[in-house]
Design a protein around this ligand. Sequence first.
Ligand SMILES: NC(=O)C1=CN([C@@H]2O[C@H](COP(=O)(O)OP(=O)(O)OC[C@H]3O[C@@H](n4cnc5c(N)ncnc54)[C@H](O)[C@@H]3O)[C@@H](O)[C@H]2O)C=CC1
Ligand SMILES: C[N+](C)(C)CC(=O)CC(=O)[O-]
Length: 462
Amino acid sequence: MRAAIVGGGVIGGGWAARFLLNGWDVAVFDPDPDAKRKIGEVIDNARHALPALYDRALPEEGALSFHDDLSAAVSGAVWVQESVPERLELKHKVFARIAEHAGTDTVVGSSTSGFKPSELNAQGAGVIVAHPFNPVYLLPLVELVGDPAQCARAADILRGIGMYPLTVRKEIDAHIADRFLEAVWREALWLVKDGIATTAEIDEAIRMGFGLRWAQMGLFETYRVAGGEAGMKHFMAQFGPALEWPWTKLMDVPDFTDELVDLIAGQSDAQSGHMSIRELERLRDDNLVGMMRALKRNDAAVGAVLRAHETTLPQGGERDGLPVTARRQVPASWVDYNGHMNETHYLETGSVATDRFMEMIGADAEYIANGLSYFTVENTVRYLDEVLVGDTLTVTTQVLLGEGKKMRLFQRLYRGDGTLAATVNSMLLHVDLGTRKSCPPGQAVARKLAEYTTAHAALPKP
Ligand SMILES: NC(=O)C1=CN([C@@H]2O[C@H](COP(=O)(O)OP(=O)(O)OC[C@H]3O[C@@H](n4cnc5c(N)ncnc54)[C@H](O)[C@@H]3O)[C@@H](O)[C@H]2O)C=CC1
Ligand SMILES: C[N+](C)(C)CC(=O)CC(=O)[O-]
């Protein structure tokens, strides 16, 4: 499938990376002669970060092309995403050109941070708002506003590339999330202008405290908990009146004088000028990946979106007559001070393969919820070759023993170039989770395990 990106700056580059790394062909139109370099750098950042969110490999990357003419980029596209600067008359001109060349059932999304569909479509363009968040390749939220049928179609496509579409019921200036962001930004500008806090102190006030809460519970759930046992009603009774005290200044916007701009830019340079924007992006992305993976472990907030997308990523297949039980890319966070994948992650990869094999013989989540499972009692890892960041590991599982309560699995971990990088030899015992004692598996599991044991006995033994 093909996506056309019209305007390939910060946001268009992020969209290009999101589609490309999810297997779509991406065609870019941007008159900036430097667009190819800039988008290339954004895509490099995305390659470093996005696969690290998942325990399964993403699809093969699509083909990326750059076009001197909008018509060549847009024709044949299933999705066209407009991300030109936030100027209404410019967006109108671009929509008119897109309409000349896009198919009748093409989704045309606008990244606009604040224009309403009625403004965007004043000249009959037929676009919807598809407002993303930076970095588009990592953050799943997209606010959809506009024609309900088009938004529903757009939502399906966005879920397919791992995003979280939030359809806004009624068009308003700046949609939902930017209403918050503008309010917070306005208040921060006052704090700096009035000499109450520096840009660095404001950032600490966010990241050392409520910023951590927001990523996992949002605003209302956080305040419900803050109400103690009496919950939200108590919270509102206690802090509602404070809204009328002079705690907030949100009435107007400070004048954007040269003096204010210089004050804020100067403080920002002092705070973060020791790092380039690309270095800051890498730092941001690595931190986001760490937090998002932590939330995935609990299926909480953004973690649930990641997990749902992960289950749609292909798995399975065969290699040398054995089932492929894991396939994943090596994230930067797995690399140690020696510049290669740390020893612990060989075993982690083997363990994911064991979990998959358990599912294949029917010892799956439902079986475990019913009180039966396998425990590992011994692992032997052999480290045969180095594995580097970005490599794709493929794991096969051979059953060496499947008898009564015993199961011995031999996992082979291959690098993308086909080299055998490690083996993990795991002994497992079937257990009753109630008594925590070993016991024979259920009949269906025992039967399936026996089938694999017989089939694999005919293959060369390690
Ligand atoms: N930067 C941000 O944090 C966010 C921005 N947005 C929205 O995304 C849109 C783009 O913003 P940014 O990427 O930040 O701007 P940007 O300035 O980084 O990129 C705009 C790009 O559009 C290109 N362009 C200009 N005229 C064009 C034309 N006629 N046809 C094709 N390309 C053209 C420019 O060469 C530039 O590469 C805006 O509507 C903005 O409100 C949405 C979410 C977040
Ligand atoms: C500042 N902004 C209004 C362009 C921000 C957005 O639209 C969303 C974001 O990524 O913060």
